[in-house]
Design a protein around this ligand. Structure first.
Ligand code: NAD
Length: 320
């Protein structure tokens, strides 16, 4: 079943169901991307920071060479890392990322976080990560979000990105962007699952014509791989009694219920798995709808529980 699509404010159509590439091993990444294309995925959500864009590009190139898809059938998303926010660094790094993917444009390019860090040359370390020294030192850049957004707009003007958007923005950063944007963000990618519903932010994005993409749709599950205490301590969403009951009523899996909770409202999803059978399950979940009672039940599950927090990556000072 091909994914339904949603029209972005840039005029381009984006698949509602895509494939996430964070934590996909370099050794298996090309095969994973190839298998996902074979399973029917067309949208791939990558980033400099995932450290696997070359391998993603190999998977795409093989699929195109084998005649599974053409470039124009795919919707390739990537993201600008924090150390490249200075105006003069945006285009060169985008060109490098495009070369890694072996394509000449991104369908969508996002500011990964509204946080600017001091430039680290790719010859020193790539991907650079959060820390200037690769260990613990945080060094800020003076680049403003306005400066970076202007450079992102330049990517569209040069044909390097068809659409541009933002990630990990909250309402204040969005309102600020609206003041100076010549090209409005097409999408907002944020952590979104029943434990972190971001209802007001979703409402704002919708009112402003920005499509929301939910990441980490399964809540703690994606962070257990990182051995995160907060995730290990949270009840797995896929084992939640209410979600399991909805799955059995609709003859679906709990994962499909969690994904449908988003896509039913026009929110895009980008689940990640390396198992082909699970890839198909995640892609083919849009042929049923949750009813109002089920939607109301999930609304009660919000805990404002966020797993992906930049402060987790900063050295913490002793407060007492
Ligand atoms: P996810 O919510 O997709 O969860 C992944 C985990 O769920 C894996 O352990 C996988 O094996 C398991 N899983 C997947 N499908 C399943 C199924 N049907 N049944 C049972 N288990 C299943 O987590 P994620 O990787 O955190 O997020 C998805 C994508 O979102 C990432 O790969 C990345 O592309 C994007 N993302 C973006 C940001 C950002 O800052 N913009 C942050 C995090 C993630």
């Amino acid at each position: 079943m091909p994914s339904p699509t949603v029209k972005l404010n840039s005029g381009h159509e984006m698949p509602l169901v895509g494939f996430g590439l964070w934590k996909v091993d370099n050794a298996t990444c090309a095969d994973t991307v190839y298998n996902a294309i074979k399973a029917g995925y067309r949208l791939f959500d990558g980033a400099c920071d995932y450290g696997n864009e070359k391998e993603c590009g190999d998977g795409v190139a093989r699929a195109i060479k084998d005649g599974l898809v053409k470039r124009e059938d795919l919707f390739i998303v990537s993201k600008l890392w924090q150390t490249f926010h200075d105006q003069d660094k945006v285009e060169p790094i985008t060109r490098r990322q495009l070369a890694d993917w072996q394509v000449d444009y991104f369908d969508l390019f996002l500011i990964h976080f509204p946080v600017a860090l001091e430039y680290v040359d790719p010859s020193v370390r790539y991907p650079p990560g959060w820390h200037y020294d690769g260990k613990s030192e945080i060094r800020w850049s003076k680049a403003t979000n306005q400066e970076t957004w202007g450079a992102m707009e330049g990517l569209v003007e040069k044909g390097l990105a068809k659409s541009i958007g933002v990630s990990n923005y909250q309402a204040q950063t969005l309102y600020d962007t609206f003041k100076y944007a010549k090209i409005r963000p097409a999408t907002l990618q944020v952590e979104l699952h029943p434990y972190l519903q971001q209802t007001e932010l979703v409402r704002l994005a919708k009112a402003e014509g920005i499509v929301v993409t939910a990441y980490s749709s399964f809540g703690p599950t994606g962070f257990i791989e990182l051995d995160m205490d907060r995730a290990k301590g949270a009840a797995p969403l896929m084992e939640h009694e209410a979600i399991k009951a909805m799955a059995s009523k609709h003859n679906k899996t709990p994962a499909q219920v969690l994904l449908r909770w988003a896509t039913q409202r026009g929110i895009a999803v980008i689940p990640k798995t390396s198992r082909p059978a699970v890839m198909e399950q995640n892609l083919n979940h849009t042929d049923f709808n949750l009813d109002q009672e089920e939607i109301d039940r999930i609304a009660k599950m919000d805990l404002n529980l966020k797993f992906n927090q930049p402060t987790n990556y900063f050295p913490t000072e002793k407060l007492w």
